[in-house]
Write a protein of this length. Structure first.
Length: 286
């Protein structure tokens, strides 16, 4: 039943429909994510169309010649069981070619991903809630990101990702005025030792990435980013389960596990500093 299915790269405006689908699935997307997402790979956001209507989506972002990430894999509920899902999956994997591919998949799809050659590496756990912030003074080493520090941040970020994502990192961490996303750095003697970005979502705020050399620095970044939020505002960040310090930090701040995903790869697992990864950037793009 896929003869009438047209699959092609979507425009940014068209892909807003996929963001709405993600919200309906309970994924709570950010309010200003798409413009930054599209800088990573403008041709990597596919949608399936039937009779002129969007029926499926997948994001298959290429980060250089060796790595890619798959997300936003959604089939409209009334189109499930029609072959639409496997058709757009195959189109997405063709876009990624022979790269090693990572994904954060919902648990009930893990068996299907395994059939496609993906192997479980870890679990990504979302911790969320209204934070209980310590009363200690904010760390003086945590500062706002400014344009003069952007090149250094891009270099620092490269340690935490398997492929180049310079354009995305620039757009994500230092967005245009009016964008509901901001970034702060942890510094030691002028050298970056951690950073975090907070963004407003349909419900509350998400922090990601949250990279830091220590649990104390990660906490300082969270506290500084959360200090100006309205009372009662919720935050969330997505932790690699193997980083037990990240889990301990989330629980200490009063957050609770609210969502889990299977981090899987169809090739060798990248060698990344997971003990300094307190929160991944996004489940949609890795």
């Amino acid at each position: 039943m896929t003869a009438d299915l047209i699959i092609r790269p979507a425009t940014l405006v068209e892909y807003q429909t996929a963001v709405d689908w993600a919200a309906a699935e309970g994924w709570n997307p950010g309010l200003d994510d798409l413009a930054a997402f599209f800088t990573a790979d403008p041709k990597g956001f596919l949608m399936g169309w039937r009779n002129g209507e969007p029926v499926a989506s997948i994001a298959v972002v290429r980060y250089g010649p060796e790595y890619g990430f798959l997300g936003f894999y959604i089939v409209r509920p009334d189109q499930r069981g029609t072959g639409t899902g496997i058709a757009i999956w195959n189109a997405g994997m063709a876009h990624l070619g022979d790269r090693t591919v990572g994904l954060d998949g919902v648990p009930d799809q893990q068996a299907n991903y395994q059939k496609s050659g993906f192997v479980l590496a870890d679990e990504t756990v979302r911790h969320s809630g209204v934070p209980v912030l310590p009363k200690a003074l904010l760390s003086p080493s945590v500062v706002d990101l400014t344009a003069d520090k952007l090149d250094a941040l891009v270099d620092y970020d490269a340690r935490f990702y398997p492929g180049p994502r310079t354009d995305f990192t620039r757009a994500w961490t230092l967005p245009p005025t009016g964008n509901r996303r901001r970034t702060q750095l942890a510094l030691r003697d002028g050298t970056i030792t951690g950073y975090a970005t907070i963004r407003q979502c349909r419900e509350g705020y998400k922090i990601g990435p949250l990279f830091a050399e220590s649990e104390d620095l990660a906490e300082a970044l969270i506290v500084t980013l959360s200090a100006d939020l309205d009372p009662g505002a919720s935050i969330a960040f997505d932790t690699p389960a193997r980083n037990t310090a990240a889990t301990a930090l989330a629980l200490r701040l009063g957050l609770k596990p609210s969502f889990g995903a299977a981090r899987m790869y169809n090739g060798p697992e990248p060698n990344l500093p997971l003990q300094e990864t307190f929160g991944i950037t996004t489940m949609e793009l890795g």
